[in-house]
Design a protein around this ligand. Structure first.
Ligand code: SF4
Length: 190
């Protein structure tokens, strides 16, 4: 029987993971890797990690994760905290997480990695792919530039996560995005 190509998949949250894994599992041998020092606060990190493990179990995909090290994210975005979501701080945040994923990919001896982050319409695919390609170059592995938001991916991921009973967060991850989301919801309630 022909073996499927191996793909290490960077996971940011369970809903995006479930959608991407469901889509790719027929084509690839997958391994999920949760690496998100950006998530704030620690309780939210543990909740997202727990749900991401649950999603991997549902699909029978191996899953590993990094210890929670929020200081890495703080260092990466130092001096950029006044930039808006989608700008330079997100560029650094993507690079941080994908560089670590590339490192893990190389240490596993796997040829390629990708990320599920492109499910979100708030994450620019061009920016994600630039970070993934740069990270891959550092460790001599390949980067697979998936754009999961295509073909109505975001809406489908919401429906699938509801069906599977997965927790869905209402902000991207960092303390700044949490503050921005709170402000938005307050202004809608005025
Ligand atoms: S908004 Fe999201 S991608 Fe941007 S820095 Fe915060 S956690 Fe990272």
């Amino acid at each position: 029987m022909e073996r499927k190509p191996k793909l290490l998949l960077h996971i940011c949250c369970a809903p995006d993971e479930a959608y991407a894994v469901n889509l790719l599992k027929g084509e690839y041998e997958l391994h999920c890797f949760f690496c998100n020092p950006n998530i704030f606060p620690g309780d939210e990190y543990r909740l997202r990690l727990c749900e991401a493990k649950k999603a991997a179990e549902i699909y029978g995909v191996p899953f590993t994760w990094d210890d929670y090290q929020p200081g890495l994210w703080e260092d990466a975005v130092y001096g950029l905290t006044d930039t808006p979501e989608g700008g330079e701080r997100c560029e650094k945040c993507f690079l941080l997480r994908l560089t670590r994923t590339a490192e893990v990919c190389a240490s596993m001896g796997w040829p390629t990695f990708g990320t599920v982050m492109s499910v979100s319409p708030h994450k620019k695919t061009v920016m994600l792919d630039a970070a993934g390609t740069a990270a891959a170059g550092v460790y001599g592995v390949g980067y697979a530039p998936f754009d999961f938001k295509k073909k109505d991916g975001f809406r489908k991921s919401i429906a699938l996560s509801r069906e599977l009973g997965l927790y869905r967060q209402n902000y991207c991850g960092c303390c700044l995005s949490r503050g921005e989301a709170e402000l938005k919801s307050k202004s809608f309630n005025l």
